[in-house]
Design a protein around this ligand. Sequence first.
Ligand code: C5P
Length: 404
Amino acid sequence: MHQLRNKRILVGITGGIAAYKTAELVRELSKLGTEVQVVLTEGAKAFVTPMTLQALSGRTVRDSLLDPSAEAGMGHIELARWADRVLIAPASADSMARMAAGMANDLLTTLCLATESKVLLAPAMNQAMWADPATQRNLDELQKVKGDKLKVLMPASGEQACGDVGAGRMQEVSDLLKALADEFETKALTGKKVVITAGPTREPIDPVRYISNHSSGKMGYALAQAAMEAGAQVELVSGPVNLPKPDRINNHSVVSAQDMYDKVHELIDGADIFIATAAVADFRPETEASNKLKKVPGQDTMTLTMVKNPDILASVSNLENNRPNTVVGFAAETDQPLVYGRSKLEKKNLDFVVVNDVSRTDIGFNADHNEVTLLSSVDEKPIGPMSKTKLAEELISEIVKSIK
Ligand code: C5P
């Protein structure tokens, strides 16, 4: 929670019984060294008093838009600019409706319009009020118009102060604190660009046939997700896979190795990290027949001449001017994985090789779990067995350490 020290949080309290929990939140924030300015609506004052919140925040509570003496201190526009974040907890159905309509008929709604800072909204109300289509419409509208300037801290389900059971309880103080702290987390890969290849490639023989492999793309997609969660701009160049396109990642679909090569080189400028998880076909048929190949009577064999595909990974790691700071390859081997992995590290001029023993059927290619060894010129680190999601997080954190 150290992230919250010296931060300026405007805490808006609207009329709801959960307001008593917000008093506790204000106390916790003050203890963490956060500057807290509390703003109460008229409705809030029926549940908590300005005096209580003044004592807990150490600042005069604001509750009126038309208060000349308060405006003479920090005017409402100044107050809106002062806040690093605005947290509205609890946010009543009425305050959400007014915000969704863009109204500014009290100090809090005015501040919400005037601030350029992100607003965190913690709705709390009776479960039927929360479920009402009008409230849900207001919520959708708010999310639509405010975009990433609004974060809704969705209410939890459970027993309510009114005796009902259902969704509508305000999140606990500890969850609200965590959500606020997350806002100021500087993520390890913020500002970094990461290009990742994933999945198999398909090398066409004729219009209906191709050569490919069993790669599922799961490892590459998990790495893309982990890099995005660490704050990176992620460019995911993927061969044909049966996985949903991940959110908040730039997805580029390709088919053949040559397509993948071209797309990677189009994207690589300015990349800090390149991770090649794709199972790229080493060879492709020399020509793609323009019509479907037919069986020839009396001919029991057929010969396809194959030519080598470009090595995408080696081409990136040998870039002269714009080589990414960190280049990572995968080595899927069936025998002597570490020996082949190490030779790949050197031959392809890599910073890391993730070695996979694909002779095992419980890990690797189509599985959800994997167990690897991360090789660098100075280290050899076994990781797993664990889910590909967790493994991806571990690999990204190892890469981050090496950048530092
Ligand atoms: O040499 P090998 O194919 O075993 O190396 C595997 C690594 O090289 C993987 O990271 C794979 O994504 C990458 N690779 C590539 N382009 C190729 C072949 C492999 O990027 N044509």
